[in-house]
Design a protein around this ligand. Structure first.
Ligand code: SF4
Ligand code: MG
Length: 327
């Protein structure tokens, strides 16, 4: 498999009153050509900061990339001048968010928003851009596209707005789509439709997707491979079936247990006790230790490394044979 996006040792720092904290702390992940990579974890684990760092969209946050590389093809996005980055954003890499209202401009008509992106990146003239905009809205299943272009975002339903976002993201034929909780705000029926649409567009365009979600149901539906994040770190990685059939990291096991089993009466949701650690007050050893039922003495002392083994990786002392003596 050929890597399209290759993130190595990514570190993003936020300045807080209490000092500097690493919201993303040495993250390694890659997305192969044509695959869907799921980035999962509870909210506050650094998933969104990872994606904003990849896109270099931290400007409106107190965050800053302080280490690592983000290769997209042969270019390192971390060190690209902003004007070069602007050409990649929206063109080669597009992004969609949970709430389209935050990325759609409320005072611009739908058509105009699509046309501006299309004219900028594809160098179409106004007439071609309008045709392409209508075509894209058709493609994502928006009825009456030729009329919708004259409407404002607030005149559409949440599901329709998300389709507009997807149309906009897809309009310049990106190689990579970064989708951050794209269906979380939608009801189940619309959610299923949007996921189907993303699958279809991905297949038709040979695109890769980095799908950020806390929802393992969505992962099972969409992803080829999974990266699990906890406290700004990657704690497990593997093929989706391997991860679901044989989760290794106790955090991943907890996430999987907390998914309601389909077609089975739900007795209770087994969620993971406790909370994601506060970045300003991180546990010393394994960051999951305070919530882990399998924690040993070493877990509270030393942080385990991410060990790679036959296409799987896991950051947990339970799988570190070299540490067995110390346990
Ligand atoms: Fe649990 Fe220890 Fe593994 Fe951390 S290293 S997940 S505390 S067993
Ligand atoms: Mg998030």
């Amino acid at each position: 498999a050929q890597k399209l996006l290759d993130v190595k040792g990514l570190r993003t720092q936020f300045t807080r009153e209490q000092g500097k904290v690493n919201a993303v702390d040495g993250v390694d992940l890659h997305v192969n050509k044509g695959e869907v990579l799921g980035l999962v974890g509870e909210s506050g684990c650094g998933k969104s900061v990872t994606s904003l760092s990849i896109m270099r969209l931290l400007k409106n946050t107190p965050g800053k990339i302080v280490g690592g590389t983000v290769h997209f093809g042969d270019r390192d996005l971390v060190n690209l001048p902003e004007n070069e980055m602007r050409k990649i954003r929206g063109k080669d890499i597009a992004m969609i968010f949970q709430e389209p209202m935050t990325s759609l401009n409320p005072v611009l008509k739908i058509g105009r928003q699509l046309e501006e992106a299309i004219m900028l990146h594809l160098k179409y003239d106004k007439k071609q851009a309008r045709q392409h905009a209508i075509h894209m809205l058709d493609l994502v299943g928006i009825p009456r596209a030729a009329e919708i272009i004259h409407e404002y975002p607030h005149q559409l339903s949440g599901g329709m707005r998300q389709r507009v976002m997807i149309a906009m993201a897809m309009s310049c034929h990106p190689q990579l789509l970064i989708a951050d909780e794209p269906t979380t705000a939608l009801d189940v029926t619309i959610q299923a439709q949007i996921l189907e649409l993303m699958k279809k567009l991905k297949a038709d365009n040979n695109m890769s997707i980095l799908l950020i979600t806390h929802d393992l149901g969505v992962v099972a539906e969409m992803c080829d491979r999974v990266v699990v994040m906890y406290a700004g770190r990657v704690v497990e990685e593997g093929d989706v079936l391997d991860i679901f059939d044989h989760p290794q990291h106790p955090y991943t096991k907890g996430l999987i247990r907390s998914v309601p089993k389909l077609r089975q009466p739900v007795k209770r949701l087994e969620s993971i006790p406790g909370n994601v650690p506060d970045l300003t007050n991180m546990p010393r050893g394994c960051k999951f230790a305070p919530r882990c039922a399998e924690a040993m003495a070493i877990c509270h002392e030393k942080e385990p490394e991410l060990l790679v083994n036959e296409g799987r990786s896991c950051r947990c002392w339970l799988y570190d044979d070299a540490a067995k003596g110390e346990k």
